[in-house]
Every structure is written in structure tokens, then in C-alpha cells.
Design a protein around this ligand. Structure first.
Ligand SMILES: Cc1ncc(COP(=O)(O)O)c(CNNC(=O)CNC(=O)c2ccccc2[N+](=O)[O-])c1O
Length: 387
């Protein structure tokens, strides 16, 4: 079945929809039972998407969990209140005091802060690694290395990692691989087919697709699902039925939204490459991207998120570039229908294990569903403000 059809069918088993098209919206804390036999059966099956107590989920949550598993290829999916909680939940499920974590240097900044502040305080040591390291990660392994975290492409600098190469090394040493797969959404790559053990989605982004829900998912393969499920339950992680329902709704249009995001983003990326003010455009679907060959091997498409680097620009010039925008608004997220822009003046300061080769300001764009001509006109006027 084509992935676009899977997006329409996933999570819509009749047990969840009844006579309706969409899964029921079941809000519940207490689940009630008529007989001890029912109570016993639900207790035995409470971790297997059988209604038992609100914290374990209702049919609405189960429908979303089944859908994410079907789309990414996981054996089980846990829900979290946001993507950052899915990241912390997945890491803490597989790490304990005295363990060593390998973390990609291009990781989403709050994940870096989690490692440097919270995990460090728990006695978990983090070593950051170059996103381009590939199989060379073997040189960084220690006897107490228990997890390797990947984020590909990096959500700010867009480096592509050789996920299969790193997973092959990890498997030889029984090290858990955890991929923040938010950029790809559940359909632009197959994390478990590439050898990943845990796949994370900030559903806040493209899955929901309308910038109005905070939600995270972490999915695991058969081997690691029992531990992830147990940890997320013991930590009390859960999400609202309303947010699960909204994420299910988002899945139905994900493919057509991504198609439009991709098309407009490539138009803008190619246009930016012609601008004399631009040093480089960081979009993995461009042949000039250093990770383009791996991108073509591992991904089936791209989305609206990419960055570009200016040859030069002061803080004041960058502020003038951005503040006059009609459509690109500053906002700390992406994956919705709207266009966004963020600026990072010195990316090198966010890196500790790899040299960032550019000195100019990095501007990250999320290309929304506005007509691309209006977005190009917005950017044209912005470059005029820059000069
Ligand atoms: C890959 C990835 N993984 C997890 C999360 C967290 O999801 P949540 O927002 O649902 O908790 C996110 C959330 N993303 N949010 C952003 O990218 C917002 N942008 C920034 O934080 C930002 C903006 C400008 C400069 C630097 C950064 N930065 O990411 O460090 C993510 O991108």
C-alpha cells in the first residue's frame, strides 16, 4: 500500500471508528468495569492498547499509536505532552547513572541543554560527535556507552547523518540508537528499516500541521518496546485525547501538505542560490548539499524546513531583514501551514564537537502553504532592506 493511502487508513480500524469515518474522541480518566472478569482481562492487557485507566490511553490514543507504528514501522508507540518530553523520555528509558551517551553535535538546542544540565546531574556523561562521522563513530565508543542519539537532518543546520552506518556499529555493541525523526515526519524515511531502535516525532510539527497542539511520540522496535512502554508509564507521561484526535486529523493531509511545502521550498531554495548575498543554501534536496547522496538514498522527499547562510550581516541588518516581513514571522517551531523565519548569528557557539564552516548569519526558513510568489516577493523586499 502506498504511504499516501496508509495516511488515510492508519488508525481507522472499525473498533476505533464504529459507524463514523474518524476514530472516536474518548476523553477519560476512569475506565469502569462491570465484572471482575472484565477487570482482570483489562489488567492483564493494560499495556497493550486495552482500555484500563486514562493514563494508559483510550481508543483515541490507541488509534494514533497504531497509526504512527504503521507509518514508521515501529512495534509500539508512546505518547508524550511534547517533542521535548519524547526526547527526554526516550533517553531516560535507556540511560542510568554511570552510562555514556553519544549525542550528535547538530542536535536541537534544548536537547543539548537536557544533556548538559539534567543528564549530567544524573551522572550520565555526554560526548558530542560530528554529524558527518558515519561509521567513524566506532572511535568514540566506550565500555559504558549505552545510547547514540541522532537527528537527521539537523533541524537548524540541516546536516544529513549516515543513519544505517551508525546503526550498524551500534548493533555490534548492543548500543541503543535513538533518532529524532521529526524533520522526516513519519513518511519521508523508514527509521526502523534503517536499523534505528527508537524513533521520535515532535508531532507538534508536521503531524499536527496547524501550530495548535503540543505533542510528542516515541516508537520502538520489538526488542526495546517493553522498556520504553514501562518507562513512559512509570514517569506518568500521557497526552490528551483531544490532542491525539487532532494529530490523527493532521495525518490525513500530511502527504498533500508535505508535497506543497516541498515544492515551494525547493523553488525558494533555488531562488536563494542565485542571490549574491547568499553564501550557501542548506537544503538536503539540493545537489550542492554535502549530504545530498545520503539524502537521496534514505529519504523519499523533503519538506518546508531549510536554512541559508548570508555572506555577511550585522545583527541590525538581520533584524531589518526579518522585521519587515509580511509573511515570514519569527516563531520557535515549524511544520504548520504558515511560513516562519529564525536567525542564528553565530552557529559555532552551538557546536562543541565540529567546526561550522560559515561565519555569516544563518537564517532558517519554514516555507508554508502561502503562494510561493508572495514568499519570493517577501524575500526580495527583505534583501533590499539588507543592502
Ligand atoms: C528536531 C526537534 N525535536 C524536538 C523538538 C521539540 O518539540 P516540541 O516543541 O514539541 O517540544 C523540536 C522543536 N523545534 N523547535 C524549533 O526548532 C524552534 N527553534 C529553535 O529552538 C531555534 C530557533 C532559532 C535558533 C536556534 C533554535 N534552536 O533550535 O536551538 C525540534 O525541532
Amino acid at each position: 500500500m502506498h504511504k499516501n493511502t496508509k495516511l488515510i487508513d492508519a488508525g481507522r480500524a472499525k473498533k476505533y471508528t464504529g459507524y463514523a469515518v474518524n476514530p472516536h474522541l474518548v476523553r477519560a480518566s476512569t475506565i469502569v468495569f462491570d465484572t471482575f472478569s472484565e477487570l482482570k482481562q483489562a489488567t492483564l492487557q493494560r499495556g497493550n492498547r486495552v482500555p484500563f485507566y486514562g493514563r494508559r490511553g483510550t481508543d483515541t490514543h490507541f488509534a494514533l499509536q497504531e497509526a504512527i507504528c504503521e507509518l514508521e514501522g515501529g512495534a509500539g508507540c508512546a505518547l508524550y505532552p511534547c517533542g521535548a518530553a519524547a526526547v527526554s523520555g526516550a533517553l531516560l528509558a535507556f540511560l542510568q547513572s554511570g552510562d555514556h551517551l553519544l549525542m550528535v553535535d547538530s542536535v536541537y538546542e534544548p536537547t543539548r541543554a537536557l544533556c548538559d544540565k539534567l543528564l549530567k546531574g544524573l551522572g550520565i556523561e555526554t560526548t558530542y560527535y560530528d554529524p558527518q562521522i558515519g561509521a567513524g563513530i566506532a572511535t568514540l565508543l566506550r565500555p559504558n556507552t549505552k545510547a547514540i542519539f541522532l537527528e537527521s537532518p539537523g533541524s537548524l543546520s540541516l546536516e544529513i547523518q549516515d543513519i544505517p552506518a551508525i546503526c550498524d556499529i551500534a548493533r555490534q555493541y548492543n548500543i541503543v540508537t535513538i533518532l529524532d525523526n521529526t524533520w522526516a515526519s513519519p513518511i519521508l524515511c523508514q527509521p526502523f528499516a534503517m536499523g534505528v531502535d527508537i524513533s521520535i516525532q515532535a508531532a507538534t510539527k508536521y503531524i499536527v500541521g496547524h501550530s495548535d497542539v503540543m505533542l510528542g511520540t516515541a516508537s520502538a522496535n520489538e526488542q526495546h518496546w517493553p522498556r520504553l512502554r514501562e518507562h513512559s508509564y512509570l514517569m506518568g507521561y500521557c497526552a490528551s485525547a483531544d490532542d491525539a484526535y487532532t494529530a490523527l486529523r493532521g495525518l490525513r493531509t500530511l502527504a498533500v501538505r508535505l508535497q506543497q511545502h516541498q515544492q515551494s521550498a525547493l523553488t525558494v531554495a533555488n531562488w536563494l542560490q542565485q542571490r549574491p548575498e547568499v553564501e550557501t543554501v542548506l537544503h538536503p534536496a539540493l545537489p550542492t548539499h554535502p549530504g545530498h547522496a545520503i539524502f537521496r538514498r534514505d529519504f523519499s522527499g523533503s519538506n518546508g524546513l531549510f536554512s541559508f547562510v548570508l555572506k555577511q550581516g550585522s545583527q541590525q541588518q538581520v533584524e531589518a531583514f526579518i522585521e519587515g516581513m509580511a509573511h515570514f514571522k519569527m516563531g520557535f517551531s515549524w511544520g504548520g501551514f504558515e511560513s516562519l523565519i529564525t536567525a542564528t548569528m553565530q552557529l559555532q557557539k552551538l557546536r562543541t564537537a565540529s567546526r561550522w564552516p560559515y561565519s555569516g548569519p544563518l537564517l532558517r526558513l519554514h516555507i508554508g502553504l502561502e503562494h510561493v510568489d508572495d514568499l519570493l516577493a517577501d524575500l526580495t523586499a527583505a534583501f533590499e532592506r539588507l543592502n
